[in-house]
Design a protein around this ligand. Structure first.
Ligand SMILES: N[C@@H](CCC(=O)N[C@@H](CS)C(=O)NCC(=O)O)C(=O)O
Length: 214
């Protein structure tokens, strides 16, 4: 039995990406809660493995060469876990490039834009209509791109992959990103994919990790 991987985690979309992978792959893991509301992300011990003071991060005691390794940034963690396990991340270069494109599309697009939409719609200290509209519209545009992509396939890069695991935790939170029921009805392939993902027991288990902490 391999030593469990430590997952430094809080139950948010970026954290769920990793708990979903762990559940899908059946890898032994140990959750270390990083309560970002209480400031745990600024603790010196955490900063040693995650210098950007953001979770998630992992520590794999059985890293390359049998030595421990720590990794931060959810996209890099998913790629590492995919390479380590040979699951949900194809080794064929053409197929891998497909996954990478959609993984980076999430990391550079959906995550930051949806995060800003949520910030300006729900947390900003002043009402900034321009910012609210800008990020709500950009999220809508991105989900439109995803809808088109899913018109002729079940998963974003063909087979189910780390790209789906990265996108879904953000996409399922569309209500908080200013999207309306009508907006989502207009994206039938996107909507069907959200449901297809939620039908996976490991996705449900991954999203449930630590929900009592929130
Ligand atoms: N690009 C990073 C983003 C991680 C991130 O933003 N994590 C948030 C929670 S979802 C966090 O730790 N926030 C703590 C803070 O803002 O101080 C990744 O994908 O790992």
């Amino acid at each position: 039995m391999p030593a469990p991987i430590e997952v430094h985690y809080w139950p948010t979309p970026n954290g769920w990406k990793i708990s979903i992978f762990m559940e899908e792959a059946g890898l032994p893991y140990q959750i270390r809660f990083v309560n970002i509301g209480a400031g745990d992300q600024f603790e010196p011990e955490f900063l040693k493995i995650a210098p950007n003071n953001r979770m998630p991060a992992i520590v794999d005691p059985d890293g390359p060469g049998g030595e421990p390794i720590s990794i931060f940034e959810s996209g890099a963690i998913l790629q590492y876990l995919g390479r380590k396990t040979g699951q949900f991340y194809p080794s064929d270069e053409r197929a891998r490039a497909e996954v990478d494109q959609w993984l980076f599309w999430q990391m550079g697009g959906v995550g930051p834009m949806a995060g800003q939409a949520q910030h300006f719609l729900q947390y900003a200290r002043e009402d900034l209509p321009y910012a609210k509209q800008r990020y709500t519209d950009e999220v809508n545009r991105l989900y439109g791109v995803l809808n088109k992509r899913l018109a002729d396939r079940d998963y974003v890069a063909g087979d189910y992959s780390i790209a789906d695991m990265a996108i879904w935790p953000w996409a399922q939170g569309w209500v908080r990103q200013g999207q309306t029921e009508e907006d989502i009805e207009a994206l039938p392939h996107f909507k069907a994919w959200l449901e297809r993902m939620w039908a996976r027991p490991a996705v449900q288990r991954g999203k449930a990790v630590g929900k009592e902490e929130r």
